[in-house]
Design a protein around this ligand. Sequence first.
Ligand code: C2E
Ligand code: MG
Ligand code: MG
Ligand code: MG
Length: 293
Amino acid sequence: AAKDAAHQQHMFFSAPLNDRVQSEMLLETRLRTALATGQLELHYQPQVNPANGDLIGLEALIRWPDGQGNWIPPCDFISLAEKTGLIIDLGHFVLDEACRQAAHWLTAGFEFGHVSVNVSPIEFQQPNFASNVRKVLERYQLPPRTLCLEVTENVFVDTSERLVLDLLFELQTMGVLLSLDDFGSGYSSLSYLHKLPFQELKIDRAFLQDADLYPQKKQLYQAIVGLGKSLGLRVVAEGAETEGEYLLTVGLECDSLQGYFCARPLPAKDIPDCCLSISEALNSDRLQSIRKR
Ligand code: C2E
Ligand code: MG
Ligand code: MG
Ligand code: MG
C-alpha cells in the first residue's frame, strides 16, 4: 500500500509536468511544420498621425492559422520559439516576407512609410543578424528607410551592452529605422536611452489604457511622451482602443498612433483600403470639431 501511495504521489506531481512538456513538444513540432509548409502569415497594423490620419507605418505581426478558422496568437508560441531556437528561422521568414510585401507595395505605388518588424533578443544575438538584414534589403531592392526594426528593452538582458550598442549602430549606419518597443514595461533603464540610436519610442499599451480617465495615469503618460519627445524620438502611442484614449494622444501630440481604435492587424491585401478609411474617419467633421475644442 505504501508503494502504491508513493506511486500515486509520484503520478500526482509528475503527470502535469509531463503533459506540459509533451504539449510543448507537440506545439513545437506543429510550429516547425507550419513554418516549413508556408502556413504562417503576416498581418499588418497601421500606425497613423493621430492629428490627421496620415499613414506613418505598418507593423508586421505574425499569425498562425489553426486550420479551423482561428488564429493562434503570437503570445502562445513566440516564447516557445525562443526557447527552442526556432525563432531564428521564424525571424528569417518574418523579415523576408515583410520586405517582400513592402517592395510589392512600393511597386504598386502604395505609400506606407515604413514596415516595422519585431526582432527577438535571440535573433539580435546572432552574429550575422546585420548582414542578413542587408541581404534581405538587397534582395528586394528596398530603401533601408522603409524598414523599421522593433526591439524591446529585453535585448539588454543576457547580452553585453557593448554588443547591443555595436549592432544598433551598425543597423543605424545601414539606414534602417530602429524602434524601442513596449517602453516602460520591462527592464527599463532611463540611463541608456539618450545614447542609443533609436528613432522611435513605443510606449507600452499599459500606460495608455484608461489614461484619459485617471488624472494620475494621464500625468504619467504625459511625462513619458514628453521624455520621448525631448530626446527627439518619434513617440508612438500603442494600443488606443477608445475615443477618449485616442483624444488623449492627440492632446499630447503623440507623433504616431497604433491601436484598435483605428484598426486591428489585417492581412496585407486589406491594408490600403483600411488606411483610406482610417484617414476618412479621423478627418470626419465630428472628430475634427472635437479635436479643435
Ligand atoms: P508588440 O510588438 O508590442 O505588438 C503589438 C501587439 O499589441 C500586437 O499583438 C497587436 O495586435 C496588439 N494591439 C495593437 N493595438 C491594440 C489595442 O488597441 N488593444 C490591444 N489589446 N492590443 C493591441 P499580437 O499581434 O498578438 O502580438 C503580440 C506580441 O508578439 C508582439 O507585441 C510581439 O512582441 C510578438 N510578435 C508578434 N509578431 C512577431 C514577430 O513576427 N516576431 C517576433 N519576434 N515577435 C512577434
Ligand atoms: Mg512591436
Ligand atoms: Mg509593443
Ligand atoms: Mg509586446
